[in-house]
Design a protein around this ligand. Structure first.
Ligand SMILES: NC(=O)c1ccc[n+]([C@@H]2O[C@H](COP(=O)([O-])OP(=O)(O)OC[C@H]3O[C@@H](n4cnc5c(N)ncnc54)[C@H](O)[C@@H]3O)[C@@H](O)[C@H]2O)c1
Ligand SMILES: [Zn+2]
Length: 364
């Protein structure tokens, strides 16, 4: 069954359609566009999805031009995207043309950034194909690429005009990719929504087995929360979007100390949430009962182990570099309860160390 989540951003408002085989209905959702010229930046690996998208657009009377690329962080680089602008220019993409992004978060971030900058901005449509992209990165308008000094340092806010989450695409994802997306789903439950967390606890294994109804429900609920937060703080200047960083301070540090790519992003976020939940209890904002319940659940999810050789101090260096360091203090998103988060600027070093130690045995 199809679900729709609206993102309310005034003249930049758009809809997200979620469900099985939604790609087939795409032409209907595209009626309002003035042109019928589609430029598709697609993950070259996704042969079936690419075919489906092309045939759906052609059925809808669209002229198509596909640019197949290799997905991943290496795409989010000036040198990788520069030739794509050339391909668009050669193919005479104009200001009314629509750019489609078919793939995971790396494709969405890069294609969205190209859409933001090509001819000073053209419309783009997100067709996310990973669970992480469907529940998080495809919505919210953050587009961009990396610099060798750090991830996502070059970019722009450029909202898509439409997002379609076809749950059928998720069937070919590996278990680790699914767990990575599940990490972000759990984040929404812990930070905003106790009943949603309860339903995740009940149904997470069905989601990992690609149950379409459970997946659609998880994606819908996650995006309703993301849409609500983005609508209140579109440009991430009011501190409201900060809640979406729950688990990410330690998570990013873990990705950095192990070398990006060792952990999937969402796996690192699950470790980060285990850290933040401990920290919330140690700092005194979360009850022991709630902490136990959350940790017991998170421990059931199979993750790569934390590296044994990396000392707390190394994580700390990255935590201190994190953008949440303000006036010498690290700001952490913590929990007051399941479904209730807040930002705390008064965390001590001893509390951070105790939270780290509570993560238990590390292995190589
Ligand atoms: N813009 C945002 O708000 C935001 C939020 C979170 C993450 N991100 C970004 O998202 C990126 C990570 O996203 P991701 O995990 O989707 O990464 P990704 O695009 O690199 O995809 C991960 C892997 O899955 C493969 N893949 C994609 N769809 C598939 C499918 N249906 N079946 C089988 N394999 C498939 C890809 O080829 C790739 O190998 C990072 O660059 C991160 O910075 C952005
Ligand atoms: Zn994340």
């Amino acid at each position: 069954m199809k679900k729709t989540v609206p993102v309310a951003l005034g003249e930049r408002s758009y809809n997200i359609h979620i469900g099985k085989n939604q790609t087939r209905d795409l032409p209907r959702y595209l009626n309002a566009f003035p042109s019928r010229k589609a430029f598709i930046i697609a993950d070259k690996k996704l042969l079936t999805a690419r075919k489906q998208l092309l045939s759906s657009l052609k059925r809808g009377g669209w002229e198509t031009c596909e640019i197949a690329v290799r997905a991943g962080e290496s795409l989010k680089d000036f040198n990788s995207i520069y030739p794509i602008y050339g391909q668009l220019l050669t193919a005479k993409a104009d200001r009314d043309s629509v750019l489609f992004a078919l793939g995971g978060g790396s494709i969405g971030d890069a294609a969205g950034f190209i859409a933001a900058t090509y001819l000073r901005g053209i419309h783009w449509v997100g067709l996310p194909t990973t669970l992480l992209a469907q529940v998080d990165s495809a919505v919210g308008g953050k587009t961009g690429i990396n610099h060798k000094q750090g991830k996502n340092l070059i970019g722009s806010f450029h909202q898509p005009s439409l997002v379609v989450c076809d749950t059928e695409f998720l069937k070919t994802l590996s278990l680790r990719e699914m767990i990575s997306g599940l990490g972000e789903v759990i984040k929404y439950g812990l930070v905003f929504d106790r009943p949603f967390f309860a339903s995740i606890q009940k149904n997470w294994q069905l989601a990992l087995n690609s149950d379409p109804a459970v997946l659609a429900a998880f994606i819908q609920k996650s995006l309703q929360w993301k849409a609500r937060v983005v609508a209140r703080d579109e440009f991430d200047r009011k501190g409201i979007r900060e809640a979406l960083n729950f688990g990410h301070t330690f998570g990013h540090a873990l990705e950095a100390v192990t070398g990006f790519g060792h952990f999937q992003h969402g796996e690192a976020v699950i470790w980060g949430m285990r850290f933040a939940v401990s920290l919330s209890r140690i700092h005194g904002s979360l009850s022991e009962k709630d902490e136990k319940q959350i940790q017991a659940f998170l421990k059931q999810i199979k993750l790569r182990a934390l590296p044994v050789k990396v000392q707390f101090e190394e994580y700390l260096q990255h935590i201190a570099k994190d953008k949440k360091l303000r006036q010498g203090k690290v700001h952490f998103v913590l929990l007051k309860g399941i479904g209730k988060s807040y930002s705390d600027g008064g965390i001590t070093l001893a509390e951070l160390r105790a939270a780290f130690d509570s993560l238990g045995e590390k292995s190589s």
